[in-house]
Design a protein around this ligand. Structure first.
Ligand SMILES: *Cc1c(COP(=O)(O)O)cnc(C)c1O
Length: 372
């Protein structure tokens, strides 16, 4: 028997190229013949989850795994509401912020509609739109940041959602309060504006806008947050969106109940008020960043960086080759050709030890490349 795939699959699925996840660490170590693996590819927090979350994980009663989780992350939403001075119904929790991207697109877009974002940003907005048969309008970055005016210029009557990553992954650039406000004022409620604040807890700039505070004023604003980066819970998959009650009620219609597991909900609840952990992580990132910028300057390598726990480096060689060479030395970075930054790698800012190991491996990689 044959499946009539050719007839069954929509054209936009046929054309879509699936994302290939990287192999498990143990497999990579075998493949590249290295005895250690320093993960600097996913912007994870090497300090792990905050102590209170670690305690939840250690004490979790195995029997509880037999029960379904809270279908609407009841206690976590209550915790978030207290923390941000909002109503619990203004939050929608998902299996990572990745899942809430799909909730928003499904809620607002039908065939023929479009979304607008940048060409060099977190790729999932574009991917979800494209494999949903929608047009993703990609506006080139300007000075490595989102170009607000160019985004506004691309809006037409079929534009439903605008995605702004603030600060931007992978360039680290951000819109300040005045710029975000101006953008929201000009959109004037005609489209949904998503501000993805996956890295906001790392930002210490006084003019950085807190999306949570703008929600009451802008009922078309959706803010994304995640527990994967600052809170070190990437492996448990939990993130959320926040917005006006009316907006969140609309988006909730598209969400899959029970997609967020109990362990994730409970460890995230414990993480919400762990400010010491945030301080400790920021200190590590600040030290790591100044070490990296100094060392990269010494090596004569230009870098693109700003806020967030990552930095991009421009190499005098192919990033794919550099990736392989670094992997052989047990250092995993993100090669950026696939993200439209050829000859660039993105490096997660991590512990002093990891940063030293990275610079050492990179020095070896560059030397090997110089030899004709
Ligand atoms: C990591 C990341 C996310 C998604 O994180 P989840 O692990 O799915 O919660 C969303 N946006 C940006 C910009 C990210 O870098």
């Amino acid at each position: 028997m044959q499946v009539a795939l050719d007839r069954l699959l929509p054209e936009y699925i046929k054309k879509f190229e699936a994302y290939t996840p990287s192999k498990p660490d143990a497999e990579l170590m075998k493949l590249y013949g290295c005895s250690r693996l320093i993960r600097l590819n996913n912007n994870e927090n090497p300090l792990g989850p905050p102590p209170a979350s670690q305690e939840v994980l250690r004490r979790f009663p195995p029997e509880k795994a037999a029960q379904y989780p809270s279908g609407d992350a009841f206690y976590l939403r209550r915790k978030l509401a207290e923390r941000f001075d909002k109503d619990p119904d203004q939050f929608l929790v998902g299996n990572g912020a990745n899942e809430v991207i799909a909730f928003v697109i499904k809620a607002f877009c039908r065939q023929g509609d479009n979304i607008i974002t940048a060409d060099k940003t977190f790729a999932v907005y574009e991917w979800v739109a494209t494999f949903s048969g929608l047009e993703a309008r990609l506006v080139p970055l300007k000075d490595h940041g989102f170009d607000d005016q160019a985004m506004l210029d691309r809006i037409d009557e079929r534009t439903k959602v605008l995605f702004v990553c603030n600060p931007n992954n992978p360039t680290g650039r951000y819109w300040n309060r005045a710029r975000l406000r101006r953008f929201l004022d000009l959109v004037d409620g005609r489209q949904i504006v998503v501000v993805d604040e996956a890295y906001c807890e790392f930002v210490e700039q006084p003019d950085f806008p807190d999306g949570m505070k703008l929600i009451e004023e802008y009922p078309n604003l959706v803010v994304f947050r995640t527990f994967s980066k600052m809170y070190g819970l990437a492996g448990l998959r939990i993130g959320y969106l926040a917005g006006s009650e009316e907006l969140v009620a609309a988006i909730r219609r598209t969400c899959i109940v029970y997609s967020v597991n109990t362990l994730a909900q409970e460890s995230a609840s414990a993480a919400v008020n762990q400010d010491d952990h945030v301080m400790r992580t920021r200190r590590m990132v600040n030290e790591g960043k100044s070490f990296l910028t100094r060392e990269l300057a010494r090596l004569g390598l230009p870098c693109i960086g700003g806020e967030g726990n990552f930095l991009m480096v421009r190499l005098p060689m192919s990033d794919t080759l550099a990736y392989r060479s670094l992997m052989k030395q047990g250092v995993m970075v993100r090669s950026m050709t696939g993200f439209r930054f050829p000859n660039h790698i993105r490096v997660t800012v991590s512990t002093a030890q990891a940063m030293e190991a990275f610079i050492e491996a990179l020095t070896t990689t560059l030397k090997a490349h110089e030899i004709p």
